[in-house]
Design a protein around this ligand. Structure first.
Ligand SMILES: [Zn+2]
Length: 305
C-alpha cells in the first residue's frame, strides 16, 4: 500500500526548465542529468514495488531529520517483520570496488553508496528510538539499470542487482504476516515528520530577462514548438498538446520559477512567446484561475488559494 507516492522533485522540475531556457554550467548540467536519471531509476523501482501486497506500507522520497541532521530515503517499506530502506541507483557502465572505495573504470573515485545507506540507517534508528520504536531495519542498495556492472563486489554487501530484483521481491512477498497497529502508526508518524525541501537556494542564478521564452514540449521539454489550430506541436519529437493544456502548464512552470511574480495576461503572453493571441490566453486564465482586480491591473491566482 503506497502511503507516500513518489512525485518529481521541485528541484528536478526547476532544473529541467532552466536547462531549456538558459545555459547551465557543466556542473549544473551534470547535476540536472543525474536528477533526471535518478528519477527514472526510482520510477522503475516503483514498478517492482507495485505488486507487493497491502501488508507492505511504502513511503517514497522521505526527507527526515534527527539531531539537526537531515537524511533522505528513496523508498522506505514497512513490512510486518522489518523496516526496509532502499537506496536506488540508476548507474550505467562499470564500477570497481576496492576495500571501501568505489571507482569508475578511469580511476575516478565516487561516493560509496553503502556508506551513504549506513548513515541513513543509523539516523533512522536514532529517530525511531526517540518515538519508542525498536523495529529491525534492513537496508539495500538497488542497482536498477541492467547496463551496470560492479567488479569485485564482496558477497556480503547489501546490494540488489537487476537480475536479482525479481527473486528478492518474490522472497519478501512470501512473508505474509499481518501488519499490526504499530506499523500503521509508524507510517503515519514518518509521514508527519517528512520535511519539505526548498531547492531555490541550490539553483543557478537566473532572472526573467535572461531566460528564453516560449512554450516547452510536454514530452521532450524542447522549446522548438509552434502553435497552430488550437494545438501546440513540437518540431523535435512530434508531440501535440491542446493550447489550453500547454498554456496552463506554462503558467505552472512560470509560477515555479518565479513564485513571487504576479500572473497577468501580459506576463503569460510574453512568457509563452508564441503566436497564440493574447485574448485567448486571457480567456484561459479567467476560466481556470480566480481573477483579482487591483487598481489598474488584473492578476490571477489559483482558485483553491
Ligand atoms: Zn517534443
Amino acid at each position: 500500500m503506497i502511503i507516500k507516492p513518489r512525485v518529481e522533485s521541485l528541484e528536478l522540475q526547476l532544473l529541467r526548465s532552466l536547462n531549456m531556457r538558459m545555459n547551465l554550467t557543466e556542473k549544473e548540467t551534470n547535476n540536472y542529468i543525474n536528477l533526471e536519471k535518478g528519477f527514472i531509476g526510482e520510477q522503475k523501482f516503483d514498478e517492482w514495488l507495485e505488486p507487493l501486497p497491502d501488508n507492505f506500507l511504502i513511503l517514497n522520497d522521505l526527507l527526515l531529520e534527527t539531531s539537526n541532521t537531515t537524511f533522505q530515503i528513496d523508498s522506505l517499506v514497512i513490512s510486518p517483520d522489518a523496516i526496509n530502506i532502499f537506496e536506488v541507483k540508476n548507474y550505467e557502465g562499470d564500477l570497481i570496488v576496492e576495500n571501501e572505495n568505489w571507482y569508475t573504470r578511469t580511476g575516478t573515485e565516487i561516493q560509496n553508496p553503502i556508506l551513504q545507506l549506513k548513515r541513513c540507517e543509523t539516523l533512522l534508528r536514532k529517530l525511531l528510538q526517540q518515538f519508542g520504536h525498536n523495529h529491525t531495519i534492513q537496508v539495500y542498495v538497488v542497482f536498477i539499470n541492467p547496463e551496470f556492472y560492479l567488479y569485485q563486489a564482496p558477497l556480503d554487501l547489501p546490494i540488489i542487482f537487476p537480475t536479482q530484483i525479481n527473486r528478492f521481491m518474490n522472497k519478501i512477498k512470501l512473508k505474509s504476516l499481518q501488519l499490526k497497529d504499530k506499523h500503521l502508526k509508524l507510517s503515519k508518524q514518518l509521514l508527519a515528520m517528512h520535511l519539505t525541501d526548498s531547492p531555490y537556494k541550490r539553483l543557478p542564478n537566473y532572472d526573467y530577462e535572461i531566460l528564453k521564452k516560449g512554450i516547452t514540449c510536454e514530452h521532450c521539454h524542447s522549446l522548438n514548438t509552434n502553435y497552430k489550430d488550437r494545438m501546440v506541436v513540437c518540431y523535435d519529437c512530434g508531440h501535440i498538446e491542446t493550447h489550453k493544456d500547454a498554456i496552463l502548464r506554462s503558467v505552472e512552470e512560470f509560477k515555479l520559477l518565479f513564485p513571487d511574480k504576479k500572473i497577468t495576461t501580459s506576463v503569460i503572453y510574453d512568457w509563452c512567446k508564441s503566436n497564440i493571441q493574447k485574448k485567448l490566453i486571457q480567456k484561459i486564465l479567467s476560466t481556470y484561475f480566480e481573477q483579482i482586480s487591483s487598481g489598474r491591473f488584473t492578476y490571477f491566482i489559483h482558485r483553491d488559494n
